[in-house]
Design a binder for this molecule. Structure first.
Ligand code: HEM
Ligand SMILES: [Ca+2]
Length: 785
């Protein structure tokens, strides 16, 4: 292809005299002047990117030469030679990169015009959980341009060009060419509507060497240097992984999969949700798993994954509500059409169909190629949900006194610190939402008892440490307690949460079991293991938890007396429930979670989950269907259809509907046939929640595999995993590991609530024995101090 031969071409004709100054000043009589001037227009653009220091450098070198006796003439001659030599290099380099630079500029113009003015949305008008922070917005800026540039290049030269394009991009991004990208950015900012740069502080501190001794013992807030060979791997604001190393986009690059393998259009994901996922009037409750298992699952999700949504050019939320928003608002809109006979999302008017709003996950691609989604939180299981994933978030939750985290005590009981300027928060003064490590803490009130308990647990340990080590300063206490908190949390997840979710076989095969006290340390740390979240886990498998959520969230007092329940659909992004002092604040909510059943994990979802997410009180259909969103999110991030993942699990290939029979009930196959033209079309999310669960676990074989694979990556890819013994890493001693291995979530609830005196010893088991709090041992800090 012609783009490969630029170097050779660069040695001929006018190419080496391409620069206009060169042609006219130094070779006034040149015969090829015309040819040069033909390229003038191009060159003038290029000049912007030329290193402005070139001439000064020439001058310095030549001044030295002329001082050594050459005089003015020698200086001029010297300057001409140097300039000629550097121009040959310059031309070669520029000709090689021109197609890519062109594509980038075309992309800039196209991104600007395709997205139009992106009508500004008042703060808070579009309620969203997936709000991008400043770092993510910066990535989107480059990602959107690269996406469009990729499309231009592929259209003109074919996909083969992308490898070369990325080599050139690497050259351009090298420190010596860094000015190129910053100029590109400046040009875009001045030529487009980015006149209001995304607001917010950029919070990642300057990189330090991973061999700085601080990285021997302290887990960084951003995940930086956890893997010493790949310092930024699985950090906050870095890409997700792909289980099969590939994506499914209809143009192989970014366009949402929209056609069946039969050629007909894929069904709307709201239609799929209506037909496959409506729980109807007979909710299925789990006989043995309590609602707390759901709530902890969401808390885990908020630790490890936060996939931000795209934003408008001024950094605000996009309004992707109307069905035409992909053309009238932004190409990053992907609204979901509701069927005309939809019972809840009824047509807007006789002439206007209803869509359920959806903004595409923010594109953080950093090279030419496929659209790439990011995780804004640290992928690691490191309590970033409490401590934050950026330096700013971390600072916002600390009191900077005696290692304590901030709390709000205005109610007479502890809550997380309030935030008064959260425009996403629907409940108003005095029912403010909160500032904790994760932005989504007010997504619904059930999260708040957990946020509160873990902040209180941190502070409880900090007080003990201070009294044992009065000379320790705030930072020492904070880091010390944080390391124990993360260890306890990891232990709870692997020792209590996962065994309730996955069957013994998956726990064993993926090395997920914690070891018994006295059995030594875990030797499985693997520097080659990327802890990053897989897209399949984040956008599909681990969203199984939405099936566990009830419509009614119960409150109970210490004597198991019911104090009623609040409705999920009425409380999304409202926090007034946690201020209900007469109903016992967050503690009775916690008791309610422990004492009521979760919903069965199956293909059915409660009414609010399917109809009322982000609904504004009193305004029917102002929210979204979370299940339609989940399925569409899978298409948005390029997940392959369900059947493609069966291979990795070792399930039989699916050629026709009957091949599903060993893993799906006949009823589920029949239901699938009502929406999909072919089994090869089944979206991953629907496929996963419709597989028959494995005995001893709550999930089917493929979902179990994807979840287990992820928790293996989070365990063996985490240098600071609490049971580890890793060279050059100051982990816990044997006694300390054993002390953590005795930790029970039930005890943490006991210690950090006023009302709990008896508790389910098996904290996620609805039918567990009740034991008195005093019979469960507390973590013994004597091993740590
Ligand atoms: C009442 C309970 C819950 C509500 C209201 C809720 C709501 C949401 C919402 C609004 C999203 C964003 C969807 C999107 O834009 O793609 C989401 C994502 C997600 N949810 Fe839930 N959720 C709940 C419980 C759970 C549970 C129990 C789990 C796991 C066991 C879970 C796992 C996830 C995961 C993994 C994501 C993806 C997060 C991301 O990409 O940033 N959720 N949920
Ligand atoms: Ca994390």
């Amino acid at each position: 292809m012609d783009y490969i031969n630029f170097n050779a071409e660069g040695m001929n004709g006018c190419a080496e005299k391409k620069n206009n100054i060169f042609c006219s000043t130094f070779y006034p009589k040149m015969t090829q002047k015309e040819k040069c001037s033909q390229e003038k227009a191009q060159d003038e653009d290029d000049e912007e990117y030329e290193d402005e220091d070139d001439e000064d450098e020439d001058a310095i070198q030549c001044n030295a030469m002329s001082r050594e006796g050459g005089g003015q003439k020698a200086w001029k001659f010297c300057a001409v030679i140097l300039r000629a030599l550097s121009l040959v290099e310059w031309v070669n380099k520029r000709r090689r990169i021109m197609p890519f630079v062109d594509a980038l500029f075309d992309a800039l113009n196209s991104v600007d015009s395709a997205t139009g003015l992106e009508p500004s949305v008042p703060d808070g008008a579009i309620v969203s959980s997936q709000v991008a922070n400043a770092e993510s917005k910066k990535l989107q800026f480059t990602g959107d341009v690269l996406e469009v540039a990729t499309q231009f290049l592929v259209k003109k030269y074919g996909v083969g060009i992308l490898t070369d394009a990325n080599e050139v991009l690497a050259e351009l991004s090298a420190p010596e060419s860094a000015s190129f990208l910053s100029q590109l950015r400046t040009k875009r900012q001045s030529s487009s509507d980015y006149s209001n740069p995304p607001s917010g502080q950029v919070c990642q501190g300057p990189p330090k060497s991973c061999f700085d001794p601080v990285h021997d013992r302290i887990r960084s807030i951003t995940g930086y240097c956890n893997n010493r060979d790949k310092a930024t791997q699985a950090n906050a604001v870095t890409p997700i992984r792909r289980l099969l190393g590939t994506t499914s986009y209809s143009d192989s690059l970014q366009a949402i999969r929209n056609a069946s393998v039969t050629g007909s259009p894929l069904p709307s994901t709201r239609l799929i949700s209506n037909k496959l996922h409506d729980e109807g009037s007979t909710p299925n409750f789990s006989p043995s798993v309590n609602h707390l298992h759901m709530q902890i699952g969401q808390f885990i999700a908020h630790d490890i994954i936060f996939m931000p949504s795209s934003v408008a050019k001024d950094g605000s939320n996009l309004n992707c509500t109307s069905c035409s928003s992909p053309t009238t608002v932004s190409t990053n809109c992907a609204p979901i059409p509701a069927p005309s006979d939809d019972k809840y999302f009824t047509p807007v008017s006789k002439t206007e169909a209803r869509c359920i709003r959806l903004t595409r996950a923010l594109n953080g691609q950093s090279g030419f190629g496929v659209r790439t989604q990011i995780d804004q939180n640290t992928h690691y299981l490191d309590m970033s949900v409490v401590y934050g994933s950026s330096d700013c978030e971390a600072q916002n939750v600390r009191s900077f006194s005696n290692g304590l985290l901030k709390t709000y005590t205005g109610m007479g009981y502890a809550l997380p610190p309030q935030t008064k300027n959260d425009t996403n928060c629907q409940s108003k003064n005095p029912y403010y939402c909160f500032t904790v490590g994760d932005f989504r803490n007010c997504l619904h009130p059930g999260l708040l008892p957990l946020h509160t308990v873990f902040i209180k647990e941190h502070n409880r340990l900090a007080v003990k440490v201070k009294s044992a080590r009065s000379s320790w300063n705030d930072e020492q206490i904070y880091q010390f307690v944080r390391s124990i908190m993360v260890a306890q949390w990891q232990h709870i997840v692997y020792n209590e949460y996962l065994p309730k979710l996955l069957s013994d076989k998956y726990l064993t095969d993926f090395k997920l079991k914690t070891m018994k006290p006295g059995s030594g340390s875990f030797r499985g740390y693997d520097t080659g293991m990327n802890a990053a979240l897989s897209g399949e886990f984040a956008a599909a498998a681990f969203r199984f938890g939405h099936s566990q959520s009830r419509q009614d969230f119960a409150r109970q007092d210490a004597t198991n007396k019911s104090l009623g329940a609040y409705d999920l659909g009425y409380n999304i992004f409202y926090s007034d429930q946690v201020y209900q002092k007469s109903l016992g604040g967050t503690e009775t909510m916690l008791m309610g979670l422990i004492k009521t059943a979760a919903m069965q994990v199956d293909r059915y979802f409660s009414f609010p989950i399917r109809n009322q997410l982000f609904e504004i009180r009193g305004q029917n259909a102002s929210g979204v269907d979370l299940i339609a969103v989940n399925i569409m999110r899978g298409r948005d991030v390029g997940l392959l259809p369900y059947v493609k993942y069966r291979d990795i699990v070792g399930l039989p290939k699916v050629q026709n509907w009957n091949d599903l029979a060993s893993t799906f009930t006949a009823g589920n196959i029949a239901a699938l046939k009502t929406v999909y033209a072919d089994p090869a079309d089944i979206d991953l999310y629907s496929g996963l929640v419709m597989e028959t669960p494995i005995s001893g676990g709550q999930l089917g074989p493929t979902a179990s595999w994807i979840v287990a694979e992820q928790f293996r990556a989070l365990k063996t890819g985490d240098r600071f995993y609490y049971e580890n013994q890793v060279q050059n890493t100051v982990g816990f001693t044997q006694d300390q590991i054993d002390a953590i291995r005795r930790v029970k979530l039930a005890k943490i609830f006991c210690e950090n609530t006023d009302i709990i005196t008896n508790i389910n010893v098996d904290v996620f088991d609805l039918n567990s024995n009740q034991v008195s709090c005093s019979s469960i041992p507390d973590i013994d800090l004597k091993w740590f101090l």
